[in-house]
Design a protein around this ligand. Structure first.
Ligand code: C5P
Length: 398
């Protein structure tokens, strides 16, 4: 899969650097050459000797080592790779990248490179959530840097939350996706998927039956054609596709926020089954029975329409905005009207009336509605629908 590929692996100073040793092994198993670069701080966590032994290559440590004419210069080192991977990417190195600093070998290579860059952040949850890191991550995204993770989990510092470096198999999948050739290479696409959960109180919520299968299939197919996919998912039943940047959310409002943070993008596909309403009077504490048999009265407020919001952006609207429409009657007419109302370019419409067995099934029968008209596709597996749709998106963005 990665044979003949050359990966410049920049290791920054974080406890997750121990996983980088395994990452090197997995990449070499797949045929890639891995050239390690360490920051000063990284050497506190992994030794250059271990990195060098596993990579079978010299480890680069010092900017001034490279000034010798006999050595490979830093410009050449930064460009003689198919992909630059930063794992772990610390808050500090991300800040340097976002600010364009070049005061050590790692930051200089990152500033000098013209090859795609993938970062796997790893830091304390508070550091990840700090507005400075949020700003830096956003700046890097809009510079075209790809992200994998971080994930939620227990941290070495004893806290819990987002900030853990993604596990090695997922980083490998992201590297494979970043290196995949394909018509969508260099394109960034946001995909929403799954249901949303709207809280009633801290333990109860309103949900729907969306499994997230079609959205995950679309994201996988787009990544397979080389796109950098940001996969914004509600609490779905199916796992998120490997090789995509996964953002997990619960509510519709969080989903809108995550989508807005993921822009700019070349295209956006809205496959999520977003709750139309949220509970306006959600309780701060678990609701209790009052003993007199009185049931609580829930009040609802309308959720934002994420698709319509993004399709209507005056500035920064993705070139192609695709919505989904699940209908039970008058499919074509309803979907055409929905396309107009929401201002999107395409609607993928399907008939979810009970007799079709599509809801929760493995197959789908869809109609693609665009400005040019309606196209009926045969009954296909959800994966095949996703592949065809991804192919059409690639043609539209070409
Ligand atoms: O209006 P309806 O729910 O039928 O529209 C479906 C399309 O709109 C889907 O693409 C869905 O992801 C999107 N949508 C949204 N935000 C909402 C409701 C629907 O993005 N609040």
């Amino acid at each position: 899969m990665l044979s003949g590929k050359r990966i410049l692996l920049i290791v920054a100073g974080g406890i997750a650097a121990y996983k980088t040793l395994d990452l090197i092994r997995r990449l070499r198993e797949r045929g890639a050459a891995v050239i390690p670069v360490v920051t000063r701080a990284a050497e506190q966590f992994v030794t250059p000797l271990s990195l060098s032994a596993l990579a079978g290559e010299k480890v680069y440590r010092d900017l001034f080592d490279l000034t010798d004419e006999a050595e490979m210069g830093h410009i050449q080192l930064s460009r003689a790779a198919d992909l630059v991977v930063v794992a772990p990417a610390t808050a500090d190195l991300m800040a340097k990248m976002a600010g364009g600093h070049a005061d050590d070998l790692a930051s200089t290579l990152l500033l000098a490179t013209d090859t795609p860059v993938l970062v796997a952040p790893a830091m304390n949850v508070r550091m990840w959530q700090h507005p400075a890191t949020r700003r830096n991550a956003e700046a890097l995204r809009s510079d075209g840097v790809r992200f994998v993770g971080p994930n939620d989990g227990d941290m070495a510092c004893g806290e819990y939350g987002p900030g853990r470096m993604t596990e090695v198999p997922e980083i490998v999948a992201a590297i494979e996706a970043a290196l995949a050739g394909g018509p969508l290479r260099g394109k960034r696409i946001v995909v929403t998927s799954g249901p949303t959960h709207e809280p009633i109180d801290p333990v109860r919520y309103i949900a729907n039956r969306s499994s997230g299968a079609q959205g995950a299939a679309v994201a996988r197919a787009l990544a397979g054609l080389g796109a950098g996919v940001v996969f914004v998912s509600g609490p779905a039943a199916v796992p998120p596709p490997a090789g995509t940047e996964v953002v997990r959310v619960e509510t519709a409002r969080q989903m809108l926020e995550a989508v807005e943070a993921a822009l700019p993008a070349d295209a956006a596909v809205f496959a999520a089954a977003v709750a139309d309403w949220r509970v306006a009077n959600a309780a701060g504490q678990k609701m209790k029975k009052d003993g007199a048999g009185a049931a609580p009265a829930l009040e609802f407020a309308e959720n934002p329409d994420i698709l319509a919001t993004v399709a209507g952006l005056a500035e920064g609207r993705p070139r192609l905005v695709v919505g989904f429409a699940a209908e039970t009657e008058e499919i074509e007419a309803n979907a055409r009207a929905k396309r107009e109302r929401k201002g999107c370019d395409w609607i993928v419409a399907n008939d979810v009336s009970e007799a079709t067995g599509i809801m929760g099934g493995a197959e789908n029968e869809v109609m693609l509605i665009s400005a040019e008209g309606a196209e009926t596709w045969p009954r296909l597996s959800k994966d095949e629908v996703a592949r065809r749709l991804a192919q059409r998106i690639a043609e539209a963005l070409a």
